[in-house]
Design a protein around this ligand. Sequence first.
Ligand SMILES: [Zn+2]
Length: 254
Amino acid sequence: MHPPEKYASAILLRDSGTPLAEIARQLEVPKGTVAHWLYGVRARQMAARRRSAPVRRCAGCSGDPAHLADAPAYAYLLGQYLGDGHLVTSARVPVLRVYCALDYPDIIDECRRAMLRVHARSVSVVPRRGCVAVQSYSTHWPCLFPQHGPGMKHQRRIELADWQRGVVDTWPEPFLRGLIHADGCRSLNTVVTRGKTYRYPRYFFSNESVDILRICGEALDRVGVEWRFTRRNCLSVARREGVARLDSFVGAKS
Ligand SMILES: [Zn+2]
């Protein structure tokens, strides 16, 4: 059989469902040659199509927040990430983890849903000692959270990228909600004056990073909430109007 006839026979055998190795054996042609005949052109076309297909870009790689599928969900997740998040970039596919206390199942669920809305195809909730890790794999997490780096967040400079600043300025409420869900609390302060007991709520936000405290303070300024430092690593909101404003979009944790 001459090569053109073998080529035609290979096509017929393939179309009748014969496996490639069997075609090669019957026609006494190397398997690589048969593969080239049967799939070479198609394989090259598919490779060319892959090369010309637009690369899916996220807000991070494009620097354009318009690429965010859900900007408020991103603002919330950024708050959670700056508070209690961690990005592992040494794995083949980077993994984003946000640690949530077991005491607040609603927060665990809100964090999981935010990841799905922002970017993740799937999110898992992994039990850890005394908490859970809400985690998801994606090659785009490092561009969506460019604050990742070696060591602890408070030991390095944390700055928002311009596009992140734009998101936080537009959506300060969900951003603060994420920060306070991660590292804040709403607690009742009890004061006894002349035998009368008064309770009034306050918000606290604690973080070891001066940069993250500053970013939190700027977001509070943005929504017109007065705040002050109570300690080096903690700021508080105690005035009634400020607490009421935070109650309207944060509230007690659950
Ligand atoms: Zn990206």
